[in-house]
Design a protein around this ligand. Structure first.
Ligand SMILES: [Zn+2]
Length: 392
């Protein structure tokens, strides 16, 4: 065997041991050997390396059938910390997480202006705030993941963000220059799908579509456990599927796009036509929910109508992907109780029963944190990518 091959084999084995400790820990060296099929001497030397590198620590508290208690190995989730940013159209939400995706700190700011210089200043401010709050650790901040509401190419450049009115923006380089920490940029719906799949409603689901409904609509598609990115990384723009041939003009160039009829901005626009909001300047989603809770039938009917519009687009998605689960997330996760019935009614009326029976409609488990947590998770896997070798 050539030296290069031996190094690769060692790296693969080390990845397997670290993965086993991450997913099955606390676990003893003997159990790792049994689970992975690697011999005890190999496991032992790799574990020593992982302990020296602070990825793993040991505590002698395991169960044993008589005799000496085995030493148990734990993944050191505090070896470093990751930052996840959800860059919305009208807000920025940031989280600091440990290496298992547990939130340690949060930061939030409302955005009133969408111009790039203003937004980037706010993003840098939030990142700085989270870095300052991060506890001491061997690796410090291991990465920054950012979910953005737009089309992101494989290099992490934002090609087009219609609702921010941005074109060709290299936010990745700007942030890297400021902090000298690896930066990952992803579409916000892809990040949300990843977050829900890892930590939320989509755990153990191999085929799912995450539908992020905020000011716009984006989708993150997971097929056979993998995020489907398309030829150039820009798949999932289902918010721009046409649901009205001669409908309203969209910023994407098309007409009658789904997000013009079923998003938060569509809802707020329709709300303005209600007598009760005739003179209102700024209506927020939270105000509408409050009104519905108080029994305002106009608002309740409006939610019902938006749910129907949402259902129409979901039919196209379900017909295309045959997902086991559709997760509705982002801002509309707040509307669950108000729109689930009309969504189901539309699916009942219009969707083939084979599809209906195979698919469950759910709402995000992580609430508004799906995208921020998914973004943080991308940064974590990027960090481990140098340590780990993925064996297909
Ligand atoms: Zn469009």
């Amino acid at each position: 065997m050539k030296t290069g091959d031996q190094n690769l084999v060692k790296k693969i084995n080390k990845s397997i041991v670290l993965d086993t400790i991450q997913t099955k820990g606390p676990i003893s060296r003997a159990q790792i050997s049994k689970t992975t099929g690697l011999n005890k001497a190999t496991v032992s030397s790799l574990v020593t390396e992982l302990i020296n590198e602070h990825y793993v620590f040991e505590i002698g508290t395991g169960q044993s059938n008589g005799g000496r208690k085995p030493v148990m190995l734990y993944f050191n989730k505090n070896a470093g910390y990751s930052i996840g940013i959800d860059l919305g159209v009208n807000y920025i939400l940031g989280v600091l997480t440990d290496l298992k995706g547990i939130i340690i700190e949060k930061a939030f700011v409302t955005l009133n202006k969408q111009e790039y210089p203003h937004v980037i200043k706010e993003v840098l401010k939030i990142i700085k705030e989270l870095i300052c709050k991060s506890p001491e650790s061997p690796y410090g901040i291991i990465g920054i993941g950012i979910g953005v509401p737009g089309i992101v190419n494989s290099e992490g450049n934002i090609l087009f963000a219609p609702n921010l009115n941005w074109r060709e923006v290299n936010i990745k380089e700007r942030i890297y220059k400021e902090f000298n920490i690896p930066v990952i940029i992803e579409n916000e719906a892809n990040a949300g799908a990843h977050g829900e799949r890892l930590y939320g409603a989509g755990q153990n689901i191999s085929n799912l579509v995450y539908v992020s409904v905020g000011i716009g609509i984006g989708t993150g598609i997971i097929i056979d456990n993998k995020l489907f990115k398309g030829a150039t990384g820009i798949s999932g723009e289902m918010g721009h599927q046409t649901i009205e041939i001669n409908g309203k003009k969209c910023r994407c160039g098309n007409r009658g796009c789904w997000e013009l009829y079923a998003s938060e901005s569509a809802l707020l626009e329709l709300a303005k036509t209600l007598p009760v909001y005739k003179d209102a300047k700024n209506i927020r989603l939270e105000d509408l929910i409050e009104a519905a809770n108080q029994g305002n039938s106009d608002v309740i009917n409006l939610f019902d109508r938006i749910g129907e519009h949402l259902g129409i687009g979901l039919i196209n998605i379900i017909n295309t992907f045959n997902p086991q689960q559709v997760i509705i997330g982002n801002r509309f996760s707040l509307l669950k109780d108000w729109i689930i019935n009309s969504i189901n009614r539309v699916l009942e009326q219009r969707l083939l029963s084979f599809h209906r029976d195979a698919c469950t409609i759910t709402f995000s488990n992580l609430g508004i944190y799906s995208c921020a947590l998914g973004s943080s998770a991308f940064a974590i896997s990027n960090f481990f990518a140098s340590e780990k070798v993925v064996v297909e």
